[in-house]
Design a protein around this ligand. Structure first.
Ligand code: MOS
Length: 739
């Protein structure tokens, strides 16, 4: 049945995107639409004592200046949807407190964007600051607290006896690794257009979001209206990476402004505001302790994490979860602690926890290999585990050994000298490093609907969203195979919260959640088509047994025949407009109770470091992955390559600097917050090993949105050590840390 799934079909929405016909949230028009601009705080802690609004209000075209003084009161002061982790603590102008720099304190609404922006500059805000803001991590970490739970996982883990394991070790490595604040910065900023009906009880929003149902639920709770009275539309997303996984303040503020001025309101965050009230990857400080026997077997492994969080909500970067399951080790413990600061709420950022944690763990393993004078890959194989040591469960599938083998082969790992600092090409020092990639395989309930049209085309609907990952394309492939019609006859629709419910696109779960629902709905439709062919009065297949019929290439045919039968077009056409519709709801069963489900990969990197200047180049990376069944070879390759590119950014460039006097981000622009450009990226060789996993979901697909970034920073940092003999434990690895 599968012949289209897996093929490297070009994106079905590619042409529309390239031609500018794909309409993103901010590009919709509405009659009478006006524009809102956010004003954000310039202090990290205090109260808004006064905002002089007169000058702004007097400007031409200005419709409203909304502050805590005149904002519409919300039920429960706007906290009705603030259950962590998905329902965030937001700033909805319900009081005058300020708890971080960059917090929304006013909205200006005008007939044009320019007038709104100009008027916003005329606002004068006076703050009172009763006590000092906590904006220095070192100060905050002095009194850390235990979050207890972190997105459903326990903050600590413990098995065996780490102290004894360290005592019995022949070699012990202990070090602290840090990762900086990172901001997501998708090409398309956060954007919302909000519009109420005349009675003010029904709300429609165009929102750039990773979760249309989450955005809808948050808005409904915030305004105290029925869920069905909110419609969220989002046909295209220009990237999300976690920051659009939650409905932040600006979404509800746009709706509030619309209600107060009685017009549709568009609110688009400015690029600097992308570094403000919409989440970030928090700074982490990670302590790794590894003990090993002479043969390399780990006798103890401890991973302790302290990460920053906000005053208004606890959010934990779960960096140590990888250390719980990656290696066989009887004595193991992990801890997560939080340092509370006057900063914006951190959030999910591509592989939240796994990306930052893999850096620390996989560098520490590399350092242990150096202590043991052992090949780093051999050390990993020495501690390879076939069962999840955390849960004790078998893996549903694990192809990491094969990933290591194929990666080492393609990279030429055997040419790597054990000794660091020995490879050279003129003034370039050359190094080779590797690390492991891993991400859990998630799945949630989903629902899909399929309708056969009079012309024989199929229209699929699912309230999902396509972040740019290829959901529209791969789901059309899944539907075509399941229906037995060409993919060109399938139209897949998403991005409307009135469609059958699908989970948010986070945790790399969209393909694994939505594809089973699409497949099930289409298989139900297939059965209906067969039934129609057997019961339709004019059908040549009338009264044939079900078992003798199949649907292929848009025809219902006898299984034994290569041609003939009834075309789906003809069958639907004879129904005289009566719709043929099928729906399915699918959900994970108890497989997570029986199996530990993760994707794995191996990353190999070569770096060149200029001897005198410390300039770092990454001429080539090999990434090999075991991620189950791929729905589309091309989009899968792109996903992994994109993840690796971000990994290069994490390794070498990305960091947001916070001014430790006032908590303000000082490089809040793409000019000063560096992401890789073409010239920074060398050859990236992405490979997949075959992996058949019947347990994860009916299509055997593992999510690939996030695994690509994991392991890359460690592989590069390890390669830099191998080139130079200098170990940089603080990301990003920049030249000043090498010379
Ligand atoms: Mo992903 S950081 O769960 O959007």
């Amino acid at each position: 049945m599968t012949n289209i799934v897996g093929q490297g079909l070009v994106r079905v929405d590619g042409r529309d995107k390239v031609c500018g016909r794909a309409t993103y949230a901010a590009e919709f028009e509405a009659a009478g639409m006006v524009h809102a601009v956010l004003l954000t705080s310039t202090v990290a802690r205090g109260r808004v004592e006064r905002i002089d609004t007169q000058a702004a209000e007097a400007e031409p075209g200005v419709l409203a200046v909304i502050t805590a003084r005149n904002a519409m009161p919300l039920p429960d002061r706007g906290r009705g949807a603030s259950q962590s982790p998905a329902g965030r603590a937001r700033s909805l102008l319900q009081d005058d407190s300020v708890s971080y720099n960059g917090e929304p304190v006013a909205i200006v609404v005008a007939d044009t964007l320019e007038r709104a922006a100009a008027a916003a500059r005329l606002l004068r805000v006076r703050y009172s600051q009763a006590s000092e803001a906590v904006v220095a991590f070192d100060q905050a970490k002095a009194s850390p607290h235990d979050p207890g739970q972190m997105q459903g996982r326990s903050s600590d883990s413990n098995r065996g006896n780490v102290t004894a394991g360290l005592r019995d070790a022949v070699q012990v490595h202990q070090a602290i690794y840090t990762t900086p604040i990172e901001h997501h910065n998708p090409m398309e900023p956060h954007a919302t257009i909000a519009q109420w009906n005349a009675a003010g009880d029904r709300l429609t929003v165009h929102d750039s979001t990773q979760a249309i149902s989450g955005s809808r639920d948050t808005l409904a709770k915030t305004f105290g209206i029925a869920t069905d009275n909110v419609v969220v539309l989002c046909p295209f997303v220009g990237g999300g990476f976690g920051c659009k996984g939650s409905s932040w303040s600006h979404v509800a503020l746009a709706a509030m402004a619309s209600r107060q001025v009685g017009r549709p309101v568009k609110l688009v965050l400015e690029r600097p505001q992308m570094f403000g009230s919409v989440g970030h990857r928090p700074h982490t400080e990670q302590t790794l302790s590894i003990g090993a026997a002479a043969d390399g077997q780990f006798t103890a492994l401890h991973h302790g994490v302290v990460s920053e969080t906000s005053m208004i909500e606890d959010w934990t970067e779960r960096s140590a979860v990888v250390s719980r399951m990656l290696y066989a080790c009887d004595n193991q413990s992990t801890t997560h602690r939080l340092a509370r600061m006057n900063i914006a709420v951190p959030t999910f950022t591509r592989a939240p926890g796994e990306a930052s944690g893999c850096f620390a763990l996989e560098c520490a393993v590399d350092e242990m290999a150096t202590l043991l004078a052992m090949d780093p890959l051999a050390l990993r194989l020495r501690n390879y585990t076939e069962t999840d040591p955390d849960s004790g469960l078998p893996f549903s599938s694990k192809s990491l050994r094969e990933c290591y083998r194929v990666g080492a082969e393609r990279f030429g790992w055997r040419h790597r000298p054990l000794q660091a600092g020995t490879l050279r090409d003129g003034h370039w020092r050359i190094g080779m490093g590797m690390a492991t990639a891993t991400y859990p395989t998630n799945r949630s309930p989903a629902e899909a609907l399929v309708r056969m049209m009079a012309d024989g085309a199929a229209v699929l609907q699912c309230g999902s969203q396509d972040l740019g990952t290829g959901t529209l394309t791969v789901m059309a492939q899944v539907a075509a195979d399941a229906l037995g019609i060409p993919v060109s006859r399938v139209r897949f629709e998403l991005g409307d919260s009135r469609m059958p419910k699908s989970p948010g696109s986070g945790g790399s779960q969209t393909a694994a959640s939505v594809a089973p629902a699409v497949q099930a709905a289409c298989l139900a439709m297939r059965a209906k088509l067969v039934d129609l062919a057997r019961t339709d009065g004019q059908s040549s297949l009338r009264d044939r047994p079900v078992a003798e019929l199949t649907v292929v290439d848009g025809w219902v045919r006898p299984v034994s025949a290569g041609s003939g039968g009834e075309s789906v077009n003809a069958l639907i056409g004879r129904m005289q407009g009566a719709p043929l519709e099928a729906r399915a709801q699918t959900a994970p069963g108890d497989e997570k109770k029986r199996f530990s489900m993760h994707a794995f990969g191996a990353v190999f990197a070569e770096v060149r470091v200029d001897d005198a200047l410390g300039i770092i180049r990454v001429p080539r990376i090999v990434g090999v992955y075991g991620v189950g069944n791929r729905l589309n070879a091309r989009t899968a390759h792109s996903q992994l390559m994109g993840g690796i590119v971000w990994g290069v950014g994490m390794a070498l460039f990305e960091e947001t600097w916070r001014d430790e006097r006032n908590g303000r981000y000082v490089n809040a622009s793409l000019a000063e917050y560096h992401v890789p450009v073409n010239a920074d990226i060398g050859d990236i060789d992405v490979q997949f090993v075959p992996e058949d996993d019947p347990h994860v979901n009916p299509l055997g697909v593992k999510g690939i949105g996030e695994i690509g970034i994991t392991g890359v920073a460690a592989a590069i940092a390890n390669a830099v050590y191998h080139a130079t003999g200098k170990r940089v434990r603080d990301l990003p690895v920049t030249l000043d840390k090498l010379i």
